[in-house]
Design a protein around this ligand. Structure first.
Ligand code: TEU
Ligand code: CA
Length: 568
């Protein structure tokens, strides 16, 4: 396998609006990010992904872009962005921008021009389609609820929006539009970006016949994702995009790919794949309800482990997925993947260990490194997110009580991850001197960076050790390129795997006890050295293992152990 500069890196996602506010307007900004680069460097971060910072009406928090060449005023100026790039570079860090090109904002110049001349050149930058029998061209429901077609005023046409109606889909069949997109990407890459995180990309390929499908809900509509699942050919667009843009810059790209077809992994992230990497959403997909958030099931450990292991094995010999436990679209990992009794610092460290040491590229979401959690709200009006408002309504219409619907939001809302970063125990968590755009999680008095920086045994201190271990010169080869081998699969509640490298001759065991009870495991070899423990001093853990000849694990205990000898 050809080695690439990003293989051994650790990435961090910033949600700019909620990261750090430098001027007291309650909105995070570029200057705030610049002020925290040293914090990220110290954590061990190499690559920073910024959720969208372009000019936007913020109907979907910046995922609706009205000018791809401008920085949103709320976040700062292009000069500040250039400064951020330069400051990152000084620290050997890379910046990824979010590339949102399935759709733009309805305020974008292209769409405004299209509306004013619905038969003109710009109308063909979008899907302006004639209705059928005085109705929409098909029965699609958008991802955010309601019809995916909106009338084009003064015509018998409709335009397609797979997300909000303020997010019209761009017509990728049009070569002129594709050229505009590539020029824009190259413009940013030339500034010195490390690459892109690529939003909702599977959706760019449509079946332009827009067939209707049998309804999948009481609204008589069908999720627009059905059409995406049925259509082929997205790969042609993706290859063209790669050749025209990031390939020329050796840029890193990570795709947000849902609904990939079976056996396409190599095409997506193999050596000559469309992208450098793509997020591993297999665990997230476990949490889908049949009809929405209200009937989503809690994550069951056994299924979770099974699906993550299967995903790890699937990518072996193919490429690198990007491992996450949360992002800006998901609830907090600590609130989702940890059982009730493990929702404490030990549990959070355990979850970190099993995620960061997997094969692939770790992506940490802001606040994960201090163990931020979901946030309870008393009323739907306290939420901002467009998807949350829709899902609340879906729950109510399905007959849920207000409390049940709020519970579904508490467990699944995208706003759980979007509350301001908890920097300190000061008012508003030290995020802003003003009034935050979204209210802080009240637990900032206990969970915050400042407090954790002062404590050797905090979640934050542990993340630093964990990342440093992954990148340590002696073990880097094994953690980066070593194979993934599951172990203890027959043992309930144990998340265990070996990383094995022919190159380094090392075998490293990671084992974590997600169960409520302590247990003792047999070892797959002789213990050489405890590299990390989330509960004890490494030397104590090592002495214990030597005396027993076995591996004892408390509830919520995780251990990383170097074994004697190389591959068996
Ligand atoms: O998300 C794409 C996506 O498929 C979403 O529907 C996701 O499943 C949903 O957020 C769950 O509620 C990307 C971005 O990550 C998201 O923030 C944007 O809202 C969306 O694209 C539209 O740009
Ligand atoms: Ca600000």
């Amino acid at each position: 396998m050809q080695k690439k500069w990003w293989h051994d890196k650790v990435a961090y996602q910033i949600y700019p609006k909620s990261f750090m506010d430098s001027n007291g307007d309650g909105i995070g900004d570029l200057r705030g990010i610049i002020s925290k680069l040293d914090y990220l460097k110290e954590l061990g971060i190499d690559i920073i992904w910024l959720s969208p910072i372009y000019k936007s009406p913020f109907v979907d928090q910046g995922y609706d872009i009205s000018d791809y060449y401008q920085i949103a005023e709320e976040f700062g100026t292009m000069e500040e962005f250039d400064e951020l790039l330069a400051e990152a570079k000084k620290r050997d860090m890379y910046i990824l921008m979010d590339l949102v090109v399935n759709h733009c904002s309805s305020q974008h110049e292209y769409f405004q021009k299209a509306l004013s001349d619905p038969d003109g050149e710009y109308a063909d930058y979008f899907y302006f389609v004639k209705g059928k029998d005085g109705r929409e061209p098909s029965n699609y429901r958008s991802y955010f609820g309601g019809k995916a077609w909106e009338p084009v005023p003064g015509t018998d046409k409709y335009y397609l929006h797979m997300f909000a109606k303020e997010q019209p889909d761009l017509n990728w069949e049009n070569p002129a539009l594709r050229r505009k997109v590539y020029d824009m990407m190259n413009w940013w890459l030339k500034k010195g970006l490390g690459g892109f995180r690529i939003d909702a990309i599977i959706n760019i390929k449509k079946d332009i016949n827009f067939p209707s499908f049998p309804p999948d809900g009481p609204d008589g509509l069908v999720s627009c994702v059905k059409m995406v699942e049925e259509v082929n050919g997205v790969g042609e667009f993706l290859e063209e995009m790669k050749h025209e843009t990031f390939e020329k810059f050796d840029a890193f790209t990570v795709g947000e790919v849902f609904n990939m077809k079976e056996d396409e992994l190599r095409e997506f992230i193999g050596e000559d794949g469309h992208f450098s990497s793509m997020f591993d959403f297999s665990a997230h997909e476990l949490t889908y309800g049949e009809h929405g958030w209200y009937d989503a099931k809690p994550v069951e450990f056994r299924r979770w482990r099974e699906i993550l292991f299967a995903s790890q094995k699937e990518m072996e010999g193919i490429g690198f997925k990007a491992n996450i436990i949360e992002n800006h679209d998901e609830p907090r990992g600590a609130s989702r993947y940890l059982p009730e009794y493990a929702r404490n610092e030990a549990g959070k460290k355990m979850l970190a260990t099993t995620s960061i040491l997997l094969r692939g590229i770790p992506f940490i979401y802001q606040g994960q490194e201090i163990g931020m959690t979901n946030c309870k709200r008393d009323d739907i009006s306290e939420y901002d997110d467009i998807s949350t408002k829709d899902q609340y309504q879906v729950a109510i219409e399905a007959g849920c009580t207000k409390d049940e619907a709020l519970r579904a939001c508490y467990e699944n809302s995208r706003d759980n991850a979007r509350t301001p970063m908890q920097w300190s125990g000061e008012e508003n968590a030290g995020f802003t001197g003003g009034r935050p755009w979204l209210s802080v999680n009240p637990n900032y008095t206990e969970i915050n960076v400042l407090e954790q920086e002062s404590r050797e045994d905090s979640v934050l201190s542990y993340y630093k050790k964990l990342i440093a271990l992954r990148k340590a010169p002696e073990y880097k080869e094994t953690f980066t390129y070593g194979s993934f081998q599951p172990i203890y699969e027959e043992t309930e509640n144990i998340f265990g795997f070996l990383r094995v490298s022919k190159e380094s001759g090392q075998r490293i065991l990671t084992a974590a006890n997600f169960g409520k009870e302590a247990c003792t495991l047999s070892l797959p070899g002789t213990a050489k050295k405890v590299l990390l423990s989330n509960m004890k001093k490494e030397s104590e853990a090592e002495a214990e293992i030597r005396t027993l000849g076995r591996l004892p694990l408390e509830s919520c205990e995780a251990i990383v152990l170097l074994l004697e000898g190389g591959e068996e």
